[in-house]
Design a protein around this ligand. Structure first.
Ligand SMILES: C[S@@+](CC[C@H](N)C(=O)[O-])C[C@H]1O[C@@H](n2cnc3c(N)ncnc32)[C@H](O)[C@@H]1O
Length: 257
């Protein structure tokens, strides 16, 4: 089907997928942060079952697979991301242990108590932190682990401009102590938490977008949706540069009782 025949919403999704498919990660993060978070997870073996929810094209999943035993199922809403995910698994010769499946993180295809580890970088916000914590817990074995990154405030107060931006984008953003309390309230034991370094946002995410944005705008010179998408991403990067001392992503690692 040509793009002209698609509804605006379908076309926007196609554009968003195309834009983010051009970069290795679809959110802030790094190989080092993934490995550090994994160092807090115990008891994985060749029989372990791991799920990576909102896996995107699998940047972090491949790192996970190279550093942890067991099988990994990546779940993402977008078929194009899952196609690229499975191509990446093949490229790294991980296809026997790593498989991407189209699905939604709020309707998981796992049995109760099936998983040893749930991983999710920069994605739980799609269903909300509290909902994700509580819904996902049933799929974890007793003593299983959950490792997620989540947007957090670093200070109790912040400038109006950045506060308003986040209140509109993701009102569930909160301070680290509040997030840890939410983890405990959902029945997990908080094991560790650490702030993702600034380079996870700049060198690993926004810098790669710069080159992708130029190509993207060249390909869609008169497309309003494409222009708006790039403008939004650029604004987000500018806000990060201006207000990075007030917010960022935090890795939370917790175990299920
Ligand atoms: C910011 S990206 C992070 C991707 C990847 N984890 C990373 O760190 O590079 C968020 C991902 O969540 C996916 N997503 C959005 N809603 C979802 C849902 N309901 N179920 C599964 N995946 C979803 C998006 O397609 C996207 O790949």
């Amino acid at each position: 089907m040509s793009n002209e025949n698609k509804s605006i919403i379908e076309f926007d999704f196609t554009l968003i997928c195309e834009y983010f498919s051009a970069i290795e990660r679809q959110g802030p993060g790094s190989k080092e942060a993934t490995i550090k978070a994994l160092s807090f997870v115990d008891n994985l073996n060749d029989n372990s079952k791991i799920a990576d929810l909102g896996c995107g094209t699998g940047g972090q999943t491949m790192v996970l697979a190279q550093n942890a035993p067991g099988t990994i199922t990546g779940i993402d809403l977008f078929p194009k991301f899952i196609d690229l995910f499975n191509e990446n698994a093949k490229m790294y010769s991980l296809q026997d242990r790593v498989k991407g499946v189209v699905g939604s993180m709020d309707d998981l295809p796992f049995a109760e108590g099936e998983l040893d580890l749930i991983w999710s970088e920069g994605a739980i916000y799609n269903i909300g932190f509290k909902k994700g914590l509580s819904y996902w817990k049933q799929f974890l074995k007793c003593g299983g682990y959950l490792a997620v990154t989540e947007a957090c405030w670093f200070t109790p107060q912040r400038p109006v401009e950045i506060n308003d931006f986040w209140m509109e984008a993701y009102p569930e953003i909160d301070t680290i102590p509040e997030k840890i309390a939410q983890i405990q309230d959902a029945g997990y034991v908080p094991v560790a938490s650490f702030i993702l370094p600034e380079s996870c946002w700049t060198d690993n995410f926004y810098v790669h977008q710069k080159a992708a944005q130029v190509k993207f705008l060249e390909k869609y010179p008169n497309n309003k949706s494409a222009q708006e998408l790039v403008a939004n991403e650029r604004r987000e990067a500018e806000l990060y540069s201006k207000y990075k001392e007030y917010y960022g992503y935090v890795f939370f690692i917790c175990s299920s009782r």
